[in-house]
Write a protein that binds this ligand. Structure first.
Ligand code: ATP
Ligand code: MG
Length: 248
């Protein structure tokens, strides 16, 4: 189980400090698929980066199976079984797709590597030898990043907007690959950060993050109706504002 306790995060931006996360408490239970959603800039990626150890919180602690991992760095947390697919995957010029998958799991067999690449909708013959430099498109890079996390078979896998930049024909396939990987490993936890309304209903729990805080958490049908209400209310207010502007 992964547990975030009283996590608050402030970053320094050009000498100015900015509060990003405020007293976040979440428990991620094994065998569950979590969906994190919320407005742009709400703090979703910051939560993922704090779990990974990329961001160091000002207060609070992170526990993995009751072990306090708050002081561990990114590499140590990765070794403990936390994997993260970046919203904007980094590029590694000079490294091939095959190298990346072998770093993710050194003992991976060629057949499995090829299957994983196919699972994310790419042809292994064309892609395993490709360089991870700027020659790959954004969507290709995103799929390879997801393949890398699937290869890890980590205890905790976090996918930051797996659908971002991926074509409509492939999104379902990617989500299916993530679900398949997760369902074969009952002790695993998958966390998908997403804005996709087709993905959220597939999750066991939805967490809504707004203004650095958790504004709702619960089963998809409960949380989904709250989100819809809020969006509808916002739309009505915007329409009312426009009408008032026209009258004035
Ligand atoms: N290194 C940083 N320096 C300054 N501000 C930052 C930094 N990292 C994140 N922020 C700010 O923190 C807030 C939360 O960012 P975050 O990336 O976590 O949002 P998000 O919920 O993932 O949004 P999106 O849906 O757009 O991906 C934003 O206002 C962002 O500008
Ligand atoms: Mg984000």
């Amino acid at each position: 189980m992964l547990r975030l306790e009283n996590i608050s995060l402030t970053v320094n931006n050009n000498g100015e400090s900015k509060d990003i996360l405020n007293n976040i408490n979440i428990s991620f239970v094994p065998g569950k698929l979590y969906g994190i959603t919320g407005p742009n800039g709400g703090g979703k990626t910051s939560i993922a980066k704090t779990i990974m150890g990329i961001f160091k919180p000002n207060t609070g602690s992170i526990y993995l199976n009751e072990e306090d991992i708050s002081d561990l760095d990114v590499a140590e947390r990765a070794k403990k079984g936390i994997a993260y697919a970046f919203q904007q995957p980094p590029r590694f010029k000079g490294l091939t797709v095959e190298d990346l998958l072998k770093i993710a799991r050194p003992d991976i067999e060629t057949m499995e590597m090829r299957k994983t690449i196919r699972d994310v909708g790419l042809c292994p013959e064309d892609y395993l030898a490709r360089d991870l430099g700027p020659g790959l498109s954004g969507g290709e890079m995103k799929r390879i990043e997801i393949a890398q996390v699937l290869t890890r078979n980590a205890e905790i896998s976090i996918f930051d907007e797996p659908e971002a930049g991926v074509d409509l024909w492939t999104i379902q396939r990617l989500i299916f690959a993530i679900m398949q990987n997760f369902k074969t490993r009952p002790d695993a936890t998958a966390i998908i950060i997403t804005h996709n309304e087709n993905v959220l209903p597939l999750c066991d729990e939805i967490i809504v993050v707004e203004d650095g805080e958790i504004s709702a958490i619960g089963k998809p049908d409960e949380v989904w109706s709250l989100i819809r209400e809020e969006i509808e209310c916002q739309r009505r207010n915007e329409c009312r504002g426009e009408m008032l502007n026209e009258i004035q």
